[in-house]
Design a protein around this ligand. Structure first.
Ligand SMILES: [Zn+2]
Length: 334
């Protein structure tokens, strides 16, 4: 099938359960090569009336949701695919309140859904930055902050939600200028071993690394990196040496956090960083004209092979079978 081009068309197309099902199957198993998510075998029969397969090897049935972030969700594919479309394409993110209202589901269910989609957005590539020979910009930023510097609405929302203002969290970001890709990760502190450890792990040795003048980056050139810094007290750009690209990413990220999400617990911050990085890394550029349809299609191919249970998400040992937001444990027809 042709994937829809707009949100409005996506809602119209996927409201037909058969079309939503066919599209999801197409994304998951291109060319119709359906394999069992448990054993990987293709020995199965399809139960058309219930839109599920019975695996002759496992002697169990499976749906298109099994083995994806949608597994066990009581919410239909029609709603899931619209939610995936929205999070892939809305520049400033989608709040659970907004999504709940759009889909006609409870805010809590929408919140869990959005986090499961963020799990799919996670960049799982282990390719190092600097691969194409371009410089890598490295920077760190603080999220959250002093109540007195906070907008009144934000302070109010934070206090209402958490009872107090959560402490600042630190996110470290890297931008491969040649590949136009970012990575962002929550880090515990800005000590030398943490920051330099990340660079050693993530960047091809020998690459150019541009940072600000934070002393914790000093000495990274000992590890074969060509390290140059900009001292933001006196300059922002020195020829090619600057960190404007990653700072641009921070400003987009903070706009999303302050505008759409308002109150984000530090515990969940890395998921919002994954979300922002997904949209940034798949944005349309002059050489790469990605559309909303492309971003949606890409995210649909990433939902498989990942799970996020309610207990994992909340850090609480909730029985996922009994919890209303976590699904019923029953396999849904589609
Ligand atoms: Zn099987």
């Amino acid at each position: 099938m042709d994937a829809p081009e707009t949100l409005q068309k996506a809602i119209a197309t996927f409201s037909d359960p058969q079309k939503a099902f066919e599209a999801a199957v197409d994304f998951r198993w291109p060319g119709g090569n359906v394999t069992c998510p448990r054993c990987g075998q293709a020995k199965h029969s399809f139960v058309k009336t219930r839109r599920l397969w019975f695996c002759y090897v496992c002697k169990k049935q499976f749906t298109v949701k099994v083995g994806t972030v949608m597994e066990d969700s009581p919410i239909g594919l029609d709603k899931w695919m619209v939610a995936i479309w929205m999070l892939a394409n809305c520049k400033n993110g989608v709040s659970s309140y907004e999504l709940g209202k759009t889909l006609g589901i409870r805010q809590n269910s929408a919140w869990f859904m959005l986090h499961r989609i963020r799990e799919a957005m996670q960049d799982t590539s282990d390719m190092r930055f600097g691969q194409d020979g371009g410089p890598v910009e490295v920077d760190e930023t603080f999220i959250g902050g002093k109540p007195k510097n906070m907008h009144a609405r934000r302070r109010y929302e934070m206090q209402k939600k958490f009872g107090q203002i959560p402490p600042k969290a630190i996110v470290m970001g890297m931008l491969d200028r040649e590949a136009r890709q970012v990575r962002a990760k929550v880090i515990p502190n800005i000590r030398r071993e943490v920051l330099q450890g990340e660079i050693l792990d993530q960047v091809v040795h020998g690459s150019k690394v541009y940072t600000d003048a934070l002393p914790a980056y000093d000495g990274i050139n000992m590890h074969e990196f060509v390290h140059e810094t900009v001292n933001h007290l006196t300059e922002y750009v020195r020829g090619q040496v600057h960190t404007n690209g990653i700072e641009n990413f921070w400003s987009l990220f903070k706009r999303t956090l302050n505008g759409t999400y308002v109150a984000v617990e530090p515990f969940h911050l890395h998921r919002y960083a994954d979300e922002q990085a997904f949209r940034f890394n798949n944005r349309a550029t002059r050489d790469n004209k990605l559309t909303d349809t492309d971003r949606f299609a890409l995210l649909m191919t990433k939902v498989a092979g990942k799970r996020l249970t309610y207990a994992e998400l909340t850090g609480k040992d909730t029985d996922s079978v009994c919890h209303p937001e976590a699904g019923t444990g029953q396999e849904e027809p589609f």
